[in-house]
Write a protein that binds this ligand. Sequence first.
Ligand code: NAD
Length: 264
Amino acid sequence: MQLPGDIKGKTALITGSTSGIGLGIAKGLADAGANIVMNGFGDKDEIEQERAHLEERGVKVAYNGADMTKPDEIEKMIKDAEDEFNGIDILVNNAGIQNVQPVEDFDPKKWDAIIAINMSSGFHTTRHTVKGMRKKGWGRIINTASAHALVASPNKTAYVTAKHGVLGFTKTVALEVAEDGITCNAICPGYVWTPLVENQIADTAKSRGMTEEEVKSEVLLKAQWTKKFVTVEQIAGIALFLCSDAAENITGTDITVDGGWTAA
Ligand code: NAD
């Protein structure tokens, strides 16, 4: 089924789109005809390769390496993107990192970095983007939150705090821009099969004396009732849906994609 609402020719800026979920969303939106502004860290040549692959879809793709801990770099990224493309129509706040330590040992520098990247960067991108969206009378703001925006897990204080904050931010912005054709929503994934997750499996298996299959089913997918990882393509599909006309009245909410995790 084709969802009504064409994003052909619109421009999407996706933070943290050199890898994993962000890259998946970039591919999904580019497939639907949107120009893309990529952001994130990584090997220069690999990023250029991904950028060129995205352009093979017949859209224009720029890369901006702004550091999401630096508000001045974020402001410049938005300005450059608005100058190069005819404004930003779709903003996906997705960049994120993780750190797992008990609260009494939690590295304060990592706390600050997680709050900055996973939560505050979305405030800075949004505050600089909303004006242009208001002028156009159309916009989509999509925040990659997490099941950890709804429930906690031990040893992830900064991540859980930041993701809960993202949900509060999502609701508040949604109300402020509601009459301007702009929606603001969060996607809350459970465990998604990304390099980040894949790379943890061998180490966890070694440290816990488990097989890799046991790590998947008894550690990672324990709370995910479908016993399946979410895929980046599924998250991209939700992002695309949120850009469609069908989602025009969906705002200030979260769409959980967690295999039943937060239902239990
Ligand atoms: P990933 O590590 O594959 O991608 C993270 C992206 O963020 C990369 O492009 C990285 O370069 C970028 N990034 C990190 N620090 C940055 C900084 N300072 N400035 C700019 N970019 C920076 O991880 P992922 O699994 O794709 O995660 C993407 C988002 O999805 C994160 O917000 C994460 O919290 C969220 N999430 C992931 C899962 C999962 O299971 N993988 C589940 C729920 C939510």
